[in-house]
Design a binder for this molecule. Sequence first.
Ligand SMILES: Cc1cc2nc3c(=O)[nH]c(=O)nc-3n(C[C@H](O)[C@H](O)[C@H](O)COP(=O)(O)OP(=O)(O)OC[C@H]3O[C@@H](n4cnc5c(N)ncnc54)[C@H](O)[C@@H]3O)c2cc1C
Length: 94
Amino acid sequence: MDTDTAQVDPYEYTTKVFEKSGAELVIGSVTSLVIDESGSCGGVVLKSGEILKADNTVVATGAWLAQLEDWGIQGLKFPITGIKSTSAVFEAPE
Ligand SMILES: Cc1cc2nc3c(=O)[nH]c(=O)nc-3n(C[C@H](O)[C@H](O)[C@H](O)COP(=O)(O)OP(=O)(O)OC[C@H]3O[C@@H](n4cnc5c(N)ncnc54)[C@H](O)[C@@H]3O)c2cc1C
């Protein structure tokens, strides 16, 4: 690897962030948000039925964002779709 290129290992990076921050990592599939009477989000519901309460919730589902429309939350619309494509990487001549 040349000297002006850096690479971060995602697993190592996130593991260290969790270790340093003291946060707890919970792995699960989110099926809905917890929405209170005022319409505020108070956490997430996992596929297992477990509810994770939170003061702040960040939805970062990437290309799966449109799935939130199936979570039954009124007014949520994400008009995006994914496409399958092929990419080829070529080594550039020096
Ligand atoms: C083949 C390929 C090559 C790429 N190469 C590059 C590159 O070289 N450089 C570059 O900058 N970008 C590249 N990208 C783009 C890059 O990967 C994305 O832009 C980036 O990962 C988006 O990050 P994100 O955090 O928004 O979403 P993601 O990395 O997609 O993360 C979303 C996460 O949410 C999780 N999730 C979804 N739904 C739920 C749910 N209901 N409950 C719980 N979790 C859920 C998913 O499992 C996933 O882990 C590439 C993408 C692809 C597909």
